[in-house]
Design a protein around this ligand. Structure first.
Ligand SMILES: C[S@@+](CC[C@H](N)C(=O)[O-])C[C@H]1O[C@@H](n2cnc3c(N)ncnc32)[C@H](O)[C@@H]1O
Length: 455
């Protein structure tokens, strides 16, 4: 049930202790349709996962690794990475995301994309692009919403998904097959490792969406010292943990480099805002996010035009220490069972805007609550409630919708940023784009029949 599972923003803080023994993640215990593995090797005495051993051996051989490398290995190692193992979502997985909570989320994102498509003269050939599609639920909901519009259907040519996990690609393929077939015309569905690999003949209008994707991209952590910025590295921990809550000795930890390096110099000067970081404080920076945001901007400003939405937790500012692990709906130490926990960091939307600025227009970010309510969440909620057969189902629909717009939870922790073309169509004109132009909703008011209904 939605109310009993947790998103990855950290609504509940509990440190989970390590289970001694080297092992693969026991996905079979909580995975549903995929990701089951017979190879749930029993713990042995060393207390490390297979990936932890790989990382420890690598550090022993070549020295400490940047946090970005650690994060990338933990999430995307071809066999031992967290997302390489399959379905980690939902009540029986490690966390729940907005599209998995209610279909309204994806439908309203689809309606916004459609509104930009109409505003730009209903381009003749259109593709949908999603980065990090997870189970494919968001794309499925977007397609359901768009399938009701005849002119869009005539224009719809392709779905292009950027996904590194082969197991999740398989899940997405199964999930989307029927929906795509329902369009009744040949639609190209294909997968790519990187946004840079997408075909670009320049003629297609691109609708782009990235939900809870940027928070999974690798970050570097810098510390401001009296002599300038220094990078934090993942190193072997030299002293045993004295914490009574951590019975097993963590083998990895963070260490500050005593000297500057190319990364600390380049990243600390990559935004003017970073000059203001006080001595003694840290800075999380994701150059991978900058590069991908720039690539999205280039896509929507290509000759065919386009528009995009980035939805994630974070804010229009840099964060100091938001890097965290997530497993079974609890926050865990980032070094606890590497490869078995999701790793994530808040998104610095201001950095994404800086990356986009020369190539595309960006709008917001605004709280998810404002975006969804202004786009007509209340009306959609009413329709779903009207169609619901039981009181129990109605209560579920209301509680799911409430959760997405909760002013003390997901409604404000998650932000939505719009991206439109700087060069093509009416979006390129310096006009406000709905609903980013709307005044912020107050905590106790709003056009939200959604709120009224769900109270
Ligand atoms: C937190 S999940 C979000 C899934 C989905 N968008 C949702 O909201 O339910 C992150 C997704 O991004 C994918 N992913 C993570 N890092 C990636 C990368 N560097 N390139 C492409 N996909 C990546 C994961 O495999 C997964 O599908």
């Amino acid at each position: 049930m939605a109310s009993r599972v947790f998103s990855r923003t950290g609504l509940r803080r509990t440190i989970v202790v390590s289970i001694p023994g080297r092992h693969r993640c026991p996905l079979a215990r909580y995975s549903t349709s995929v990701g089951r593995t017979k190879d749930t090797a029993l713990p042995n005495a060393s207390g490390e996962t297979i990936l932890e051993k790989i990382i420890v051996d690598s550090i022993k051989a070549t020295g400490p690794i940047p946090v970005s490398k650690y994060m990338q290995m933990c999430l995307s190692h071809p066999t031992e990475g967290y997302y390489s193992k399959g379905d980690v979502f939902g009540a029986r997985g490690d966390f729940v995301t907005s599209p998995e909570i209610t279909q309204i989320f994806g439908e309203l994102l689809g309606i916004w994309l459609l509104s930009r498509w109409i505003a730009n003269g209903k381009p003749k050939r259109t593709r949908l692009v999603e980065l990090g599609p997870g189970r494919g639920t968001l794309m499925d909901d977007i397609l359901r919403a768009l399938s009701h519009f005849r002119e869009f259907k005539q224009s719809f040519a392709a779905v292009h998904l950027v996904e590194t996990s082969q197991k999740l690609r398989d899940v997405q393929k199964d999930k989307l097959a029927e929906r795509i077939a329902s369009f009744g015309s040949p639609i190209d569905i294909s997968w790519y490792d990187r946004i840079e690999d997408l075909p670009r003949d320049g003629s297609e209008y691109s609708m782009v969406v990235a939900h809870e994707f940027f928070d999974a991209l690798p970050i570097h952590i810098l510390k401001k010292t009296s002599e300038g910025f220094r990078e934090l590295f993942v190193d072997l921990q030299r002293s045993p943990s004295l914490s009574p809550t951590l019975p097993s000795k963590p083998r990895l930890g963070l260490a500050v480099s005593p000297v500057p390096n190319v990364t600390s110099a380049a990243l600390s000067s990559s935004s003017k805002r970073f000059d203001a970081v006080p001595v003694g404080h840290q800075l999380e920076v994701s150059p991978a996010s900058w590069t991908i945001a720039r690539a999205i901007g280039e896509l929507v400003s290509a000759p065919g035009g386009g528009a995009g939405l980035i939805v994630d937790y974070g804010d229009a500012r840099a964060f100091e220490s938001s890097f965290r692990g997530f497993r079974k709906h609890q926050i865990v130490d980032v070094f606890d069972q590497p490869g078995c926990s999701d790793l994530t960091a808040n998104v610095d939307f201001a950095y994404l805007k800086e990356a986009l600025e020369p190539v595309a227009r960006s709008h917001g970010p605004i709280p998810q609550r404002d975006f969804l309510i202004n786009l007509g969440m209340g009306t959609r909620l009413e329709a779903l409630l009207g169609a619901a057969k039981t009181e129990e189902r109605r209560a579920d629909i209301v509680s799911a919708a409430k959760r997405l717009v909760d002013p003390l939870g997901m409604g404000t922790q998650y932000k939505v940023m719009g991206i439109t073309s700087r060069t093509v169509g009416s979006d390129s004109k310096e006009e406000a784009v709905f609903p980013f132009s709307e005044p912020a909703l107050g905590t106790n008011r709003g056009r939200g029949e959604a709120e009224g209904k769900s109270a």
